[in-house]
Design a binder for this molecule. Structure first.
Ligand code: GTP
Ligand code: MG
Length: 196
């Protein structure tokens, strides 16, 4: 994918604040601080399109970005951050669930996991829930640069086993080195049904 333009459109909490559902959308989800915003920045070759932070829970709204005037990326707030009060966490859950179930132009979701962490119940539940709602998804294991190549083998096996995936379904990625850039774009093009 050649990215000619990428711009922030708007932040939203509820449907009336979403942009019109006139373009296909790809959503990005994952645990708080996993590297969702960094992944989007890397994919579109912009360092600061999306705010990133070493403090978990930075992205608290649904953020919409217009790519090539043709489709949108949707950065969802991270889940599973322990320091967020339960009430706020519930609100986040509702916010994400509402987006995922009500957005007619949603074409698929990229679930991002940390290569160093075996996915837990949250990831499992999310994938089952997506399956149940007929929402297409792909998995990306990010921060691959944190492990040397031979140290990546075991965690990749654990992640694929835990989530019931084949190796082809999982893309290794690093926002730091750019590893997996092409692979993730192919996953996205696939969900957008764009010819390669
Ligand atoms: N080494 C390395 N660090 C990364 C990578 N991706 C993200 N980070 C770092 O991880 C931290 C969190 O990154 P973000 O992109 O803000 O994560 P997020 O998932 O958007 O976080 P929230 O919006 O808070 O849920 C930052 O300090 C990033 O620099 C990566 O591929 N490699
Ligand atoms: Mg973020």
């Amino acid at each position: 994918m050649i990215v000619k333009s990428a711009e922030f459109i708007t932040s939203a909490v509820k449907p009336p604040q979403y942009p019109p559902a006139d373009l296909p959308e790809i959503a990005f989800a994952g645990r708080s601080n996993v590297g969702k915003s960094s992944l989007i920045n890397k994919l579109v070759n912009r360092r600061h399109l999306v705010k990133t932070s070493s403090t978990p829970g930075r992205t608290q709204l649904i953020n919409f970005f217009l790519i090539n005037q043709a489709f949108r990326f949707v950065d969802l707030p991270g889940y599973g951050y322990a320091k967020v009060p339960a009430g706020v966490r519930r609100q986040w859950g509702t916010m994400i669930e509402t987006y995922l179930t009500q957005r007619a132009c949603l074409r698929g979701l990229i679930l991002i996991v940390d290569i160093r962490r075996t996915p837990g119940a949250e990831e499992d539940n999310l994938l089952h829930w997506l399956g149940h709602h007929g929402i297409d998804y792909r998995i990306v294991a990010t921060k691959a640069d944190k492990l040397s190549r031979n140290k990546q083998v075991r965690p990749v096996r654990q992640i694929t086993a835990k989530l019931g995936l084949t190796n082809e379904n999982l893309a290794l990625f690093s926002a730091k080195s750019g590893l997996g850039h092409e692979r993730v774009w192919r996953q996205i093009e696939d969900m957008l049904e764009l010819a390669p």
